[in-house]
Design a protein around this ligand. Structure first.
Ligand SMILES: *Cc1c(COP(=O)(O)O)cnc(C)c1O
Length: 438
């Protein structure tokens, strides 16, 4: 049996007797121990990816190179503790993410507060938590932050989110660097220069620099090179216009991961080096001093560190039409096909060697026809109730996007490390489900 299309990441293997292993551990045994649906996460892989960013940015920029983890990709206390240990900063986009980081003991001076709509309550809470830097989306928000900070007698460090106007050739829904994006202030419209002037004039904030994020699932360093090109020109303009020297430039997250065998494998370290080399050249060319450089990956740190296991409840064969394999989870734990049509590699975890001679849609248990994990999956024709199904590369934007639709409890997150497993997030109970109801 040729597993080359199945084993899309080095932490995914199969034994001779056809059992899928993840992070060196038997998925069948893990499903028995913890039940399904089940999120698994490979802690060593998470740490390894975090180190690739951290170490390569340091290698390229010395103490001016910094990696942040965009925690919206997968957020729970243990994840922030791991990032703290690995020396990364984090991006947070809500009070919920801030509270989780704070309660995990994350050093909040290394937290960057994003979001395109921070309420006054959010701003107050972030200041209470001691968030190091706010990444400001628009002028009204900037005024609000300055006012609240001034009232507290502090000066809050901020960066400004700039839209460089680059289309990263990815899905519209995740392409955010274009001029008409809901995020940030565009350079071409003059909004970016205006908000810079405003930040320099306000007394409650200290402008530390600029941020941009052009999109997600990017496989090509040239997208970042184009971004650096536009952003460094912008830094030069701000220096010429306002005498402002930028301390920090964040060029965003977004490197791609492999969901299916057809997706390319990217060498993240090599791509960062390529971008860094261009950045140094460009900075020297325009004649500004080198700022601290930040990258803020989410997906590429956690995605292929994750796998979801499900148990089949029914196989429905509609003769001459279609086959369905229904599993005990669905869009409630993985809404990404429903939202974006995202591709996934789906495997019969206990029977990897069996011929896959049935094409079926693997669907969830939610009352919604769009509740599809993945259409047209090759599966063994005799697949039946009780069989185990694995979905690969579910570490990013699965747990963090999970819902209680249909009042389905969310699965637990089990971490795998050194041949051991432990709970990072326990399974929701039916009591949890009704716990907010008066
Ligand atoms: C989502 C997001 C990221 C992370 O993107 P990935 O594709 O998960 O790497 C980084 N920065 C900002 C501002 C984001 O919104």
């Amino acid at each position: 049996m040729d597993f080359s299309k199945d084993l899309i990441c080095e932490n995914v293997t199969a034994t001779a007797d056809g059992r899928l292993h993840f992070a060196g551990q038997d998925t069948v045994a893990l499903a028995e121990q913890y039940g399904t649906p089940l999120y698994l996460m490979d802690e060593d892989r998470i740490r390894n990816r975090a180190r690739v960013y951290r170490d390569t940015l340091r290698e390229c920029f010395g103490d001016k190179g910094h990696a942040l983890y965009a925690s919206k990709a997968c957020s729970f206390k243990r994840m922030y503790a791991i990032m703290a240990e690995e020396g990364l900063g984090v991006d947070v986009v809500s009070c919920g993410e801030m509270a989780t980081a704070y309660k995990a003991g994350f050093p909040m001076e290394r937290a960057y507060f994003h979001s395109n709509n921070k309420t006054d309550g959010d701003i107050e809470y972030a200041l209470d938590c001691g968030v190091g830097c706010f990444v400001v989306d628009h002028p009204e928000e900037l005024t609000a932050i300055s006012t609240i900070a001034a009232r507290r007698g502090i000066v809050q460090p901020v960066m400004l989110r700039i839209t460089p106007g680059i289309d990263c050739h990815t899905y519209e829904a995740v392409a955010t660097g274009k001029v008409d994006s809901k995020f940030g202030s565009a350079i071409v419209t003059g909004d970016a220069a205006r908000i810079t002037r405003q930040a320099l004039d306000l007394s409650g904030v200290k402008l530390e620099g600029f941020h941009c994020h052009i999109g997600s699932q990017v496989f090509d360093a040239s997208v970042y090179i184009a971004t650096v090109d536009v952003m460094v020109d912008f830094l030069k303009e701000m220096q010429d216009a306002f005498g402002y020297t930028t301390e920090k430039l964040d060029i965003g997250g977004g490197f791609g991961v492999r969901y299916v065998a057809a997706d390319p494998v990217i060498d993240i370290a090599a791509s960062i080096r390529e971008v860094a080399e261009y950045m140094k050249k460009k900075v020297a060319e325009v004649g500004i001093s080198m700022p601290h450089v930040y990258m803020e990956p989410g997906r590429s740190i956690v995605a292929d560190a994750g796998m979801t296991l499900y148990t089949v409840g029914a196989v429905k064969r509609i003769e001459g039409y279609k086959n369905y394999v229904s599993v005990d989870g669905g869009m409630s734990d993985n809404p990404r096909f429903a939202l974006y049509g995202s591709e996934y590699t789906v495997l019969p975890a206990a029977r990897m060697g069996a011929p896959r001679d049935m094409i079926a849609d693997v669907v969830g248990r939610c009352c919604e026809s769009g509740d599809i994990i993945q259409p047209d999956v090759p599966m063994p024709a005799d697949m039946k109730r009780g069989d185990l199904v694995a979905v690969l590369t579910t570490g990013a934007y699965n747990y963090s996007m999970a819902s209680n639709y249909n009042r389905i409890p969310r699965p637990p997150v089990v971490m795998l490390r050194d041949g051991e497993s432990y709970l990072a997030v326990r399974r929701e109970t039916l009591d949890d489900i009704v716990s907010l109801d008066e």
